[in-house]
Design a binder for this molecule. Structure first.
Ligand code: DI6
Ligand code: FE
Length: 413
């Protein structure tokens, strides 16, 4: 074995879909290659017939030609919540629009009531099955938002639950403070006062307790204005937190430009983004996060302008938006499938959207999202030979082995 590359494990005879942008083949494919792991890090990516591989005497895992991808990253979820919104859905199916249900005190606020009523333990227990479902599909990193507490104590409770999830499941959590999700009933008619509470108290408390990495907002006519979101982002930046925004989902309020102006990690949804928004995103380093689950479930008609985003070179991520009201789907594979069928992404773009681009949308591009030397050893072995197979057929899970930080956490014999 070579002296300069330390290996603990060697995964050989793999079809590596590296998603490394420097590899010119589609999906960054390297057929017949090997992946070396040292501790929790990828220590080398090299051909299976390289001298170092042939001379290695440690633990060798023969992938027998199977497809290996980076661990999947779900970069936008609201997976911690109480209650169910099946009744809302029934109403919407009979013709009542989402905005009307929200105005009647249903929608987000009914989930707020149910979430406030649960203890931290109960909230944790209710979130675990959703997290297990994502992990079983190969998700190794997931963003989790608060936003159903809307008081200092309840937002921090949600963020503590998000943090504790990673003690229960081998997965990396990226916690996001979304106190600006809805105006809580106590602040009805006093949105600016609630924004002050977020900027002056909730953001500083979450930052000092190290419970959030980023701050998100719902920038929409039924939620917070661009000016209010601007105040919240300024507070977030003061505390060195990343910036994310739910923008242009139901109408165009120029939220994407605001995110770009604050050098945000991502602008999410984007169905109604206009040319000025696309251009602003192209100039900034922000990722466009597409959420086809909500588009499908709300039976929206306006699609995000994928061709324009593509032409402008804006990186596109795809996420589940897992939440009780508008995207109740604990499946990243379904989100990728929908991104292709409903939004017109290619399977390569959509899978890049749950690997390399998703890592960037969570400020983790240097550590996660591709199979490259030096990155965290999060990868998946699939019973598949072409990447499109892993998202084409749903209902059968082709995941064979899930490796998180170097260790196998799920193996099918
Ligand atoms: N946009 C969404 O799609 C979710 N939040 C948001 O700002 C919906 C969340 C919910 O309805 O509970
Ligand atoms: Fe969302």
């Amino acid at each position: 074995m070579t002296r300069d590359v330390p290996f603990d494990w060697l995964w050989t005879n793999a079809k590596l879909a590296t998603f490394d942008s420097r590899v010119e083949a589609p999906f960054g494919l390297r057929d017949g290659w090997a992946l070396a792991v040292c501790g929790d890090t990828i220590s080398a990516v090299l051909p299976s017939d390289a001298r170092e591989v042939l001379e290695f005497h440690g633990e060798v895992i023969d992938c027998q030609g199977r497809l290996v991808t980076p661990g999947l990253i779900d970069c936008h979820t609201h997976l911690v919540f109480g209650g169910s919104r099946a009744i809302d859905w029934e109403m919407r199916l009979s013709g009542v629009p989402y905005t009307e249900i929200a105005k009647r005190g249903g929608g987000i606020l009914s989930t707020v009531r149910a979430t406030r009523a649960l203890s931290e333990e109960e909230l944790l227990a209710s979130a675990l099955p959703r997290l297990h479902a994502l992990a079983a599909e190969g998700v190794t990193c997931v963003e989790v938002k608060s936003g159903y507490g809307l008081t200092l104590a309840d937002e921090l409770k949600m963020l503590r639950v998000a943090q504790r999830l990673s003690e229960q499941v081998p997965i990396e959590i990226s916690p996001t403070l979304l106190a600006a999700h809805a105006v809580p009933p106590e602040f009805a008619g006093r949105t600016d006062d609630y924004v002050s509470l977020i900027a002056n108290e909730i953001i500083p408390a979450a930052a000092s307790a190290n419970l959030a990495e980023a701050v998100d907002v719902f920038c929409e006519s039924i939620a917070f204005s661009v000016e209010q979101c601007d105040r919240i982002f300024a507070a977030a930046r003061k505390h060195h937190l990343g910036i994310k925004g739910h923008v242009e989902q139901l109408s165009n309020s120029h939220g994407a430009e605001l995110v770009a102006r604050h050098c945000g990690w991502s602008a999410d949804h984007l169905e109604y983004i206009d040319d000025a928004g696309v251009n602003a995103m192209a100039r900034s380093d922000s990722v466009a996060v597409l959420l086809p689950g909500a588009f499908y479930f709300l039976r929206e008609k306006q699609k995000p302008p994928v061709e324009k985003l593509r032409a402008a070179g804006v990186p596109m991520a795809v996420a589940s938006d897992l939440n009780p009201g508008t995207s109740p789907f604990a499946s990243i594979r379904l989100a990728v499938n929908m991104a292709c069928v409903l939004f017109g992404l290619t399977p390569e773009e959509a899978l890049t959207g749950t690997t390399r681009a998703a890592a960037k949308a969570l400020g983790r591009a240097s550590r996660l999202g591709t199979i490259e030397t030096g990155k965290q050893a999060d990868f998946l072995v699939w019973d598949a030979t072409h990447p499109a197979e892993i998202v084409c057929q749903l209902g059968v899970n082709p995941l064979r082995e899930r490796v998180f930080r170097g260790k196998s956490t799920h193996a099918r014999t």
